[in-house]
Design a protein around this ligand. Structure first.
Ligand code: URA
Length: 255
């Protein structure tokens, strides 16, 4: 396994080695800036010229069926061209518990479903520890398309797709969001702090009048590389269990 604490003199070489080895997350906040890619595309301009940082057509989207169709027809993200499938979501659309990961990997791209590969299997194990499964949670990703070779998504890709995940949250109206991994946590919480700093505590997703408690957890792909960190995710699972127990009327919306 590649070392995550990198010698400062060899940052670029180390980083190349790590990304080629399939590592998709930093655990040392000092290296964050190395993962930021320049963004100068017209797609970004199109988005930032836009009043609400969203897409006009998204205003008309009011349910999951329409959002899925919007995503399947979305042409502004280059990742779509290199992926085999659009990966929209899995699980129970009536759940009050929404998990948001980073982006599909190879298996997810093949099957068109989030978290079905090795890290998905570990996530399922973590969920089962607190009596959760795809029948009572809802799960999606920040990006609906696989970055080639599972590289870290660029800033541009994240910006372009962000209005989609915002809309997804608005439609789902979850009572709790679990942010799976660093990329998802940083995007949703709009923070530069790494996952090691923010996991283990509740945070808030804020958008207009919407305030939703969010729990950032380690990405299972990271835990597969660093199994000694697994005990922390079990602790986080217990935090989640406690929060679920405080929900009135269980974790499935009645309507
Ligand atoms: N990793 C993610 O963040 N999402 C997936 O769907 C699969 C792996």
């Amino acid at each position: 396994m590649a070392k995550m604490i990198i010698n400062a003199d060899n940052k670029i070489d180390d980083l190349k080695f790590q990304t080629e080895s399939g590592i998709t997350e930093t655990i040392d906040d000092n290296y964050e800036s190395l993962f930021h890619f320049p963004s100068n595309s017209s797609n970004i301009e199109q988005l930032s010229n836009n009043e609400n940082n969203s897409y006009e057509e998204l205003k008309e989207v009011l349910n999951l069926v329409d959002l899925k169709e919007f995503v399947e027809n979305f042409q502004l993200c280059e990742l779509k061209k290199t992926s085999k499938n659009t990966v929209f979501s899995d699980g129970n659309s009536k759940s009050k518990l929404m998990f948001i990961g980073e982006a599909p990997g190879q298996q997810e791209d093949l099957e068109g479903k989030p978290f079905v590969g090795k890290s998905g299997k570990l996530l399922d194990k973590i969920l089962s520890f607190i009596n959760l499964d795809r029948g009572n949670i809802y799960i999606t990703n920040i990006l609906p398309w696989r970055p080639p070779g599972n590289r870290t998504p660029t800033e541009e890709e994240l910006k372009i797709c962000f209005p989609i995940v915002e809309k997804h949250i608005e439609i789902m109206n979850p009572s709790i969001i679990v942010l799976v991994g660093s990329v998802s946590s940083k995007s949703i919480l709009k923070t530069k702090l790494g996952i090691t700093k923010i996991r283990g505590e509740w945070h808030e997703y804020l958008k207009g009048d919407i305030i939703i408690p969010c729990l950032p957890i380690f990405h299972p792909a990271y835990l597969l590389r660093r199994p000694e960190q697994k005990s922390l995710v079990w602790k986080d699972a217990l935090l989640l269990k406690e929060k679920i127990q405080s929900l009135k009327g269980g974790i499935i919306h009645d309507d």
